[in-house]
Design a binder for this molecule. Structure first.
Ligand SMILES: NC(=O)c1ccc[n+]([C@@H]2O[C@H](COP(=O)([O-])OP(=O)(O)OC[C@H]3O[C@@H](n4cnc5c(N)ncnc54)[C@H](O)[C@@H]3O)[C@@H](O)[C@H]2O)c1
Length: 424
C-alpha cells in the first residue's frame, strides 16, 4: 500500500521503517530540512538501536521529502505522527496536528487519515468536523502508538497489540489490510475508545512507577530493601514483574505530558483523577530526590565539584525531554557547582542547554576529583563500572538514581553509596 507519514520523529521514522519492512511503500514528510537531508543521505536522525539497519535494508521503499504535494498526491493512507507537547496548563498542544490536517486539505478532497500522535479523547471527531468546514471529506482513524524508546524497532515490528479506532467499514478494512502482516492481538474499537486506551495505558504505567517510588522512599525510612520488596510482589500474576524498578522519577516525551493531559481533560469534564494527580506530584518530588539527599552533606552546592553520570531520560535513547538529570543540573549550576557530565549520546544536547557544564568522554574522566557523583541513567557504560573506578573521586560519595550497583559491595569497598529505597 502507498502510505505517507507526517513527522519523522521518534514515532514517525520508526513507523516508516517498519511499514517498509512489511512491504508497504512509504513517503516520509517533515518540516525540518536537516532531518530530511540526513535521511536522504542515508543517515538516521535519532539514536534508536536497530533503526539504521532497518532504514538501509528497506531504502527502495522509503522516500523522504519536505514537499507536501509529493507526500500526499499518491497516498492511499496518511499517518500523522507529529508532536503533541503539553501547554502551560497541562493540556495537549494540537497545533502541529491541525497544521498537518490543513496541509492535507490543500491536496486531497478526501482521504483516510490515521492518527498515530497521542491526542486527547474526542480530537479525531473534532478533526472530522473541522475538515467538513474546509470543504473536504476526511475519514479519521485512531491508531495510537505504544512503542518505548530504546526498544522502538522491536516494539513496532512485534507489538504487544495494535489498537485501531474507526467509525466506518471502509476505514476498518483499510487498517486490516495495512496491518495484515502483523501477527499480534488487534483491538478494533471506535475512535474515542482507542484514544482513551492510549492515555489509560501510559497513565497506568506512570502510576505504577510513582507507587514503586513512594514505597521505595518508605523502605529507606523503615530499613527495608525495595528490590527485595519488589521481587517479593512480582511473583503475583495480578501484579507482574515489569515496571517495578524504583528510581529518580520518570521523564521522556510521553508519561509527563500524557498524565498532565488526561488530568486536564478530566477536570474539563468535571471529573477528578486523584490517582493520576498523585502520580504527577510524586514524580515531581522524586526527580529531585538525589540532590535533596545530598543536601544532608552539603547545605550549599557552591563551588562543589559534581560528577553527573547519565543524562538521557532512559538508556538507549538520545532523548533528553523531561529527563530528571536536567532539573538537577539546573539546580546545581544555579547554585554555582562545577558540573562535569558524561552520557554515551546525550552530552552535546545537554551542553546546548547548560553552557557551563564540562562534557567528558568517559565516566572516569567525569569522576576525577569530584566531591560527589549523581547517577541519573542506567546506561550499560555506567552500570558496568567497578567500585575501584570511583577511587579517582576526591570524596567517594555516590547518589545513584537507578540502583546500578549492589549496596553491600559499594559499602564494603568504602564508597558512601546511596541508592533508591535501599534501607537495608
Ligand atoms: N516518543 C515516544 O516514545 C512516543 C511513543 C508513543 C506515542 N508517541 C506520540 O507520538 C507523537 C510524536 O512523538 P515523537 O516523540 O515522535 O515526536 P517528535 O517531536 O520526535 O517528532 C515530531 C516530528 O514532526 C515534525 N513535524 C511537526 N509539524 C509537522 C508538519 N506540519 N509537517 C511535517 N512534519 C511535522 C517535527 O519536525 C518532528 O520531526 C506524540 O503525540 C507522542 O505523544 C510518542
Amino acid at each position: 500500500m502507498k502510505i505517507s507519514i507526517i513527522g519523522t520523529g521518534y514515532v514517525g521514522i520508526v513507523a516508516a521503517a517498519t511499514f517498509a519492512e512489511y512491504g508497504h511503500d512509504v513517503v516520509c514528510l517533515d518540516v525540518v530540512k536537516e532531518k530530511i537531508d540526513m535521511l536522504n543521505s542515508g543517515k538516521c536522525t535519532i539514536y534508536e538501536p536497530g533503526l539504521p539497519e532497518l532504514l538501509t535494508n528497506n531504502k527502495e521503499r522509503l522516500t523522504y521529502t519536505l514537499d507536501n504535494e509529493t507526500a500526499f498526491k499518491d497516498a492511499e493512507v496518511i499517518f500523522i505522527a507529529v508532536g503533541t507537547p503539553e501547554r502551560e496548563d497541562g493540556s495537549a498542544n494540537l497545533k502541529y496536528v491541525y497544521d498537518s490536517v490543513n496541509n492535507i486539505a490543500k491536496f486531497k478532497k478526501s482521504a483516510f487519515i490515521v492518527m498515530k500522535s497521542t491526542v486527547p479523547i474526542g480530537t479525531n471527531d473534532k478533526i472530522v468536523e473541522y475538515s467538513k468546514s474546509l470543504g473536504v471529506d476526511f475519514d479519521l482513524i485512531s491508531n495510537p502508538e505504544f512503542l518505548a524508546q530504546g526498544t522502538a524497532v522491536d516494539d513496532m515490528l512485534r507489538p504487544s497489540r495494535i489498537v485501531i479506532g474507526t467509525e466506518t467499514e471502509a476505514a476498518k478494512k483499510i487498517m486490516e489490510d495495512i496491518y495484515a502482516p502483523w501477527d499480534c492481538p488487534k483491538v478494533f474499537t471506535n475512535r474515542c475508545s482507542a484514544e482513551m486506551i492510549k492515555y489509560t495505558a501510559n497513565d497506568f504505567l506512570a502510576l505504577k512507577i510513582s507507587y514503586v517510588n513512594e514505597i521505595a522512599n518508605l523502605c529507606e525510612k523503615v530499613g527495608a530493601n525495595v528490590l527485595k520488596v519488589m521481587e517479593g510482589i512480582s511473583y503475583d500474576d495480578r501484579i507482574g514483574s515489569k515496571f517495578l524498578n524504583p528510581g529518580c522519577g520518570y521523564g521522556g516525551s510521553c508519561f509527563p505530558k500524557d498524565t498532565k493531559a488526561l488530568h486536564w481533560l478530566a477536570g474539563f469534564n468535571d471529573c477528578e483523577l486523584k490517582t493520576v494527580k498523585a502520580a504527577i506530584d510524586v514524580n515531581e518530588n522524586q526527580k529531585l530526590t538525589l540532590t535533596k539527599k545530598a543536601r544532608g552533606y552539603f547545605p550549599s552546592f557552591l563551588g562543589l565539584n559534581v560528577a553527573v553520570l547519565g543524562l538521557t531520560f532512559k538508556p538507549n535513547t538520545d532523548d533528553l525531554r523531561e529527563a530528571p538529570s536536567l532539573v538537577n543540573i539546573r539546580l546545581l549550576t544555579d547554585e554555582g557547582a562545577n558540573v562535569k557530565v558524561y552520557d554515551p549520546v546525550g552530552s552535546e544536547k545537554t551542553k546546548e542547554k547548560f553552557p557551563t557544564v564540562v562534557v567528558c568522554e568517559s565516566p572516569t574522566e567525569t569522576l576525577k576529583n569530584a566531591d560527589v557523583c549523581f547517577i541519573f541513567t542506567d546506561w550499560n557504560e555506567i552500570k558496568t563500572l567497578k567500585p575501584s573506578d570511583f577511587d579517582i573521586m576526591k570524596n567517594k560519595l555516590v547518589f545513584d538514581g537507578r540502583n546500578c550497583f549492589p549496596l553491600l559491595e559499594m559499602k564494603e569497598y568504602g564508597i558512601d553509596y546511596h541508592g533508591i529505597g535501599l534501607g537495608a
